[in-house]
Structures are given as structure tokens and as C-alpha cells.
Design a binder for this molecule. Structure first.
Ligand code: NAP
Length: 551
């Protein structure tokens, strides 16, 4: 296509995961023209890229899905309590076809930059074809009035900058960019760096075929048993019959999960009663353990009761006391970092062919051709090295796009000291740009599809309001943005969350990243009410203007 032929749309959406797909559906409903630009060769976002062994969602399947269409809720049946990556991908393919979304998605198209027009009323989006597709895709820029990022919070893979990686004689992988045709580790010596949610899912699965698995742990982690299993027909039918009530509980919740948090303090009941409550939650399994008491994330002494209960389970499970000791998390409280759930994680350390290495005590110094070398000089010989080292979370995916506002300021420059955002939805200086689940929104502290639907609906309502009032430019006010940042900081400080020094919520996992607590910790229901209030007041905190030509 010649440079002069530029496709133009009302909206460009970047990313075809849960967020981008629903956004496209809502834009169509408003009668707006839209295209989704997607780097991968298929839909799924997180669930397109994260194909590592054991990849599975930590939210339960019956609510890790869209709620916007009751017929969709009724026709899709999940096979397990927690859905595996391929099943979520199948679900999103089903949604894509059911709502005929595919024809407006350009796969294999990576956004390399976006520039706002000088008047802030439109954007030019630069694209490139990606190697992960054989689609012959147009690489000309695309024009739009509104730029909507649906790039996810955990999509920018964080590969640690360890010297020598290029000389490694074996194979290495990041879990978030796992090869699509799988990786056979049968009979091989495998090393895993990282014990976050991903590592904790992958380690027991990789241990099975590997001849030896070595886990390099920097920070010991809490984990709750998932208690996964097949979903029976009767269970699925019961969820389907109960959806209106389930959705109501989610809407009024702190985390977007359909759990009611016990309003009691963990310090109120006698020890034996509290122990029984924790045991019941442990047996039930899953993230719901967090809902055992109201103040687990607000009071250190309350939190310590849960933390110590889990440490006891680790001591009980792991046969070698020295290994158990290394696995005990002591530098942060339970759930102050995102708590993993697992299937047989701690049990894996009872295998003769699994070794735990404490790389806080003896840090990784270099990758050498034969494996990993620690500061002490010890070398662990490996055939395969797996980085389960997480992501440059929340800001990373947006900074990789690095949009440039009308005055020439890039997002990277605007956020040099840390992110700023109004409601997590918009950034001052970047008019006509919306960020689904951006920093300072509840996003990663919630069940993602729930937050995504709320954001997309809010953006769609905002665009409908602009259409109805003849506005064609919207920009967050700097003052409203400052006030929201202050509120976000205040609500996070009412919790224990910012105290976990190595948390990716704070940006602590990426060297040089500004330390700012990024997700909104005031609760999903409170956040939703704040967004609704802003809309009710005519999108207070935003400057909406009409086109001079149209005036
Ligand atoms: P993560 O929570 O950031 O964990 C990364 C791990 O790698 C940590 O143990 C970290 O240690 C370690 N690490 C990072 N750099 C290192 C280095 N240079 N040397 C040694 N160790 C290093 O990442 P993740 O496990 O991929 O999970 C990220 C988030 O994705 C989760 O918290 C969750 O929100 C989401 N997730 C969800 C699911 C699900 O729903 N099923 C599954 C996986 C992930 P430190 O703690 O010391 O930094």
C-alpha cells in the first residue's frame, strides 16, 4: 500500500485479549468504526502468549469470563474449576467468532509508535509486521480519532539482565513468551529462576519429565492449594442458574471475585476457632483464603496469623527441614504480594530430582555456557533455563508503545518519575487516549475480566456522551489527575500492600523503575462508584471540547 493511502477509523484498539475484544464489540454497538491491532497471530492476549507448562488461571472459571451477555454465559461450559490456558484461549476464540469480531482485527501487527495530532483530536498509529504470523499484513500507519490501549498489565516480559546469557549453550525461555509448539524437557536438566505465581505453577509440571530440576529462589513465597478438579455438569448448571446473584456479589466486592469477606478481625476469635477457619479455607483452596478475615491486608498482627498458618503447612509438607526453612516466606506478609495458588508445589521439593537454591543468600552472578554460576563460584549445569521472572507490570506495556502527545512529549518522558493517570483510564497531555486497566486502576488486584468490563463500559459511555454532546476532544485535567494519584496513594497506605519491598505492584522487580504503588487498592466497588460519579457529573475532571469546524 502506498504511503498516501492511510486507513482511518473512529477508534484504534491495541490488543486482542479480553479487553480489546469487548472494546471492539462495544465500539461497534455505538456505530463507530474500529480496528484492533494485535501483535500475535490469534486472539487471547495474556492467554495467547503464556503457554508455559501448567499455565492456568487462578480465578475460578465460572467467573473468569465475560458477564455482558447472558446467552454467552449460558452456552459456554467450563471443564475444570480453574481453566487451563488452552481452554481460555478457546473461550476467547468462541467469543470472537460468536460476535463476528475477527474481521476487524489485524493480527501479526505490532504497534511501534503513536503520535497525537497537534490539535489533540486524532492519532497516527505506526505499525510493523511481527514474525509470529504468516499473515501478509499492511504496515502503513493507521489514523484514528481515539486511541484505546488494551495491552494488559502483565505483557511486557521481564528477562533479567544476567551477564553471559548470549553464550548459554542450552535453550532458554521466558514463560510469558513460551514457544507455541511446546518445549520437550524430557530427560533434561532444567533450571527455573523465579517463584512467583508462574514459577509455582510451572515447577511441579516441569519436574515430571525433567531428569533434574533446579529452582533458583530469590524470595520465598506463600501459596494456597488450588484444589483444582473437573467441574461436574451439576456444578456448572448451578453456577449458570445463579449468575445474576454471582455478578451482584462481584460488583459489590473488593477484588471482583464473588466472595463475601468475613467482616471479623483475625484477632477476634480464640486461637482454636481461627485455626479451624484457616483449615477450612485451606481445604477449600484458592484465592478465597484471603477472604477469611477482614483485616488480613490492613493489620500486621492479623496478617501474621495467616502467614504463620501457611508457614506451618510448608513445614508440615516439606520433608527436609533445611529445605522447608528456605521455603518459608519471612520478609513480607501473606497476600501483600500477589498470592499464588498451586497444585503440588511444596510437595515437589520432596522429590530426589529437585533441588532448591537460595539465590538471596548466594546471588546469581552469570550465565555460563554450561549453566548458572552463583557469586560463591558454584555452577549449576543446565540444559534448559526457564525465566519465570515476571513482567514490567502495568506501565511496561504502555511505555513500550510510548505514545507522543500533541506537544511532542512522550509517555516515557511524562512518566519519568513514575506513572500519572486519572482513574487509570486517561493521562493528562494525551488527549483522546484511553488506557484500559492502566496504572492507578484496580486491575491486577481484581479478577481481570470484571475490571476490564467496567473500564470498557465506562469508555463506551464516555464516547457516547461525546457523540451526543458534539465533543471531539477529551483530556484529563492535571489537577484531577494529581488528586486521583493522591487518593490512590492514601488508600494503598491504609493497607499493608506497599510494605512488600520486592513487589511488582511497586515496580520493585525491574531495576531502575520508579517505586510507585501502581494498582488502586481502595477496592473494586469503591473505584466503580468513583468512576460512575465522574460520569454522572458530566465527566468531571476531564476537559471536553467540540471541534471548531463543527461549532
Ligand atoms: P512475579 O510474581 O514477578 O515473580 C517473578 C519471580 O522471579 C519472583 O520470584 C522474583 O523474585 C524472581 N526474579 C525476578 N528477577 C530475578 C532475578 N534477577 N534473579 C532471581 N530471581 C528473580 O512474576 P510471575 O510469577 O510471572 O507472576 C506475575 C503475575 O502474573 C502474578 O503475580 C499474577 O498476577 C499473574 N499471573 C497469574 C497467573 C494466574 O492467574 N494463573 C499465573 C501466573 C501469573 P523476587 O520476588 O525476589 O523479585
Amino acid at each position: 500500500m502506498a504511503d498516501t493511502e492511510v486507513d482511518s477509523f473512529d477508534a484504534v484498539v491495541i490488543g486482542a485479549g479480553f479487553a480489546g475484544l469487548y472494546m471492539l464489540h462495544r465500539l461497534r454497538g455505538l456505530g463507530l468504526s474500529a480496528v484492533v491491532l494485535e501483535q500475535g497471530a490469534g486472539v487471547g492476549g495474556t492467554w495467547y502468549w503464556n503457554r508455559y507448562p501448567g499455565a492456568r488461571c487462578d480465578s475460578e472459571s465460572y467467573y473468569y469470563c465475560y458477564s455482558f451477555d447472558s446467552a454467552l454465559e449460558q452456552e459456554w461450559t467450563w471443564s475444570e474449576r480453574y481453566p487451563r490456558q488452552p481452554e481460555i484461549k478457546d473461550y476467547l476464540d468462541h467469543v470472537t467468532d460468536r460476535f463476528d469480531l475477527r474481521r476487524d482485527i489485524r493480527f501479526g501487527t505490532r504497534v511501534t509508535g503513536a503520535r497525537a495530532d497537534a490539535d489533540g483530536r486524532g492519532w497516527t498509529v505506526d505499525t510493523d509486521t511481527d514474525t509470529d504470523t504468516d499473515t501478509d499484513t499492511d504496515t502503513a500507519p493507521v489514523r484514528c480519532r481515539f486511541l484505546i490501549t488494551a495491552v494488559g498489565c502483565l505483557s511486557a516480559a521481564n528477562v533479567p539482565d544476567i551477564p553471559g546469557l548470549a553464550d548459554f549453550a542450552g535453550r532458554w525461555f521466558h514463560t510469558g513468551r513460551w514457544p507455541h509448539d511446546g518445549v520437550d524437557v524430557t530427560g533434561r536438566r532444567v533450571g527455573v529462576v523465579g517463584t512467583g505465581s508462574t514459577g509455582i505453577q510451572a515447577i511441579p509440571v516441569l519436574a515430571e519429565p525433567a531428569s533434574h530440576l533446579t529452582v533458583f529462589q530469590r524470595t520465598a513465597n506463600y501459596s494456597i492449594p488450588a484444589r483444582n478438579g473437573p467441574l461436574s455438569r451439576a456444578e456448572s448448571d448451578a453456577y449458570k442458574a445463579d449468575y445474576p446473584a454471582i455478578r451482584e456479589v462481584q460488583a459489590g466486592s473488593t477484588n471482583g471475585h464473588p466472595f463475601v469477606v468475613n467482616p471479623q478481625s483475625a484477632l477476634e476469635p480464640p486461637d482454636d476457632e481461627r485455626e479451624r477457619a484457616y483449615r477450612a479455607a485451606w481445604e477449600r483452596g484458592g484465592l478465597r483464603f484471603r477472604a477469611s478475615y477482614a483485616d488480613l491486608l490492613a493489620d500486621e498482627a492479623a496478617n501474621e496469623t495467616a502467614s504463620e498458618f501457611i508457614r506451618d503447612r510448608i513445614r508440615e509438607t516439606v520433608e527436609d527441614p533445611a529445605v522447608a526453612e528456605t521455603l518459608l516466606p519471612r520478609d513480607h506478609g501473606f497476600a501483600t504480594k500477589r498470592p499464588p495458588i498451586d497444585t503440588g508445589y511444596f510437595e515437589t521439593y520432596n522429590r530426589d530430582d529437585v533441588t532448591l537454591v537460595d539465590v538471596r543468600a548466594d546471588p546469581i552472578e552469570a550465565v555460563v555456557p554450561e549453566g548458572l554460576r552463583l557469586r560463591s563460584g558454584t555452577v549449576y549445569e543446565l540444559d534448559d533455563l526457564v525465566f519465570a521472572t515476571g513482567f514490567d507490570a502495568l506501565t511496561g506495556p504502555l511505555l513500550r508503545l510510548d505514545p507522543v502527545g500533541p506537544d511532542g512529549t512522550s509517555l516515557r518522558r511524562a512518566w519519568a518519575a513514575g506513572p500519572r493517570s486519572y482513574l487509570g483510564l486517561a493521562v493528562s497531555g494525551f488527549p483522546n487516549m484511553f488506557t484500559i486497566t492502566g496504572p492507578f486502576s484496580p486491575s491486577v488486584l481484581t479478577n481481570m475480566p470484571t475490571s476490564i468490563e467496567q473500564h470498557v463500559d465506562w469508555i463506551a459511555d464516555c464516547l457516547a456522551h461525546m457523540r451526543d454532546t458534539g465533543a471531539d476532544r477529551i483530556e484529563a485535567d492535571r489537577d484531577a489527575e494529581r488528586a486521583w494519584a493522591e487518593h490512590t496513594r492514601e488508600v494503598s497506605e491504609q493497607t499493608l500492600l506497599p510494605r512488600a519491598a520486592t513487589s511488582w505492584y511497586l515496580g520493585a522487580n525491574v531495576p531502575g523503575k520508579p517505586r510507585v504503588f501502581m494498582p488502586y487498592a481502595g477496592g473494586f466497588a469503591r473505584y466503580t462508584a468513583a468512576c460512575a460519579d465522574v460520569a454522572r457529573r458530566g465527566f468531571e475532571g476531564f476537559r471536553l471540547t467540540g471541534s471548531p469546524a463543527a461549532a
